[in-house]
Design a binder for this molecule. Structure first.
Ligand code: IMP
Length: 195
């Protein structure tokens, strides 16, 4: 049987490999495979909006089925900031250290440390669009713990655990993570999709 081609609009090789392993019925193509090095502007005000911009850009430019993701950390006491600005919270440098420093400073000694990571995935397939969401609830620690992972991992403790994301190995994190849950929904949908 011919495999349906599906672009994953990401430059992150780890995300790509993870998804390829779960979607063996599909031919998963990366942006690099397409020779697409465009800087796709993520200018929407929501995670869903940014995921849609990326997926639509590829579908419109190449006429291909595509999915794209966008993730943000939403901190309750900060009106759900940094949210859609998570990557560049401390400015344009995208430095995880600076972002965490700014977040800890803004939250200061606030008692309400509730936060969640949220991932939105937009899928364009055969003329239709579907959105999938994954949420991981937790709290913001007072200082960094652990050195694994990336981004805000050292200061995020998932609910029901006594350690930060940065103290978990990748497989432990991905079974409970926002991205893991969103990808699981996408995979279930696609593995039941007939064309
Ligand atoms: P992206 O949409 O996956 O590129 O994520 C946007 C930003 O959110 C990243 O640059 C990180 O700062 C943060 N982020 C996303 N996922 C995670 C995660 O699993 N752990 C920690 N930070 C994350």
């Amino acid at each position: 049987m011919n495999k349906l081609k599906l672009v994953f609009a990401t430059n992150n090789q780890n995300k790509l490999k993870e998804v390829q392993a779960m979607l063996t019925n599909f031919e998963i193509i990366s942006l690099a495979d397409l020779n697409c090095f465009d800087d796709i502007p993520e200018i929407a005000e929501t995670l869903e909006g940014n995921a849609i911009i990326k997926a639509n850009f590829i579908t419109e430019k190449y006429g291909l089925n595509c999915f794209a993701d966008d993730t943000g950390l939403e901190v309750e006491a900060l009106n759900n900031e940094p949210g859609v600005f998570s990557a560049r919270y401390a400015g344009g440098t995208n430095s995880a250290e600076e972002n965490m420093k700014k977040l800890l400073k803004n939250l200061s000694n606030n008692f309400n440390r509730k936060a969640q990571f949220r991932t939105a995935i937009a899928l364009n397939i055969q003329g239709k669009q579907f959105i999938f969401e994954g949420i991981c609830k937790g709290s913001i620690l007072k200082k960094k713990q652990g050195d694994k992972g990336f981004g805000y991992d050292p200061i995020f403790m998932p609910a029901g655990f006594n350690k930060s994301f940065a103290e978990m190995n990748m497989s432990e994190k991905s079974t409970i993570s926002h991205r893991g849950k969103a990808i699981e929904k996408l995979v279930t949908f696609l593995n039941n999709y007939t064309w």
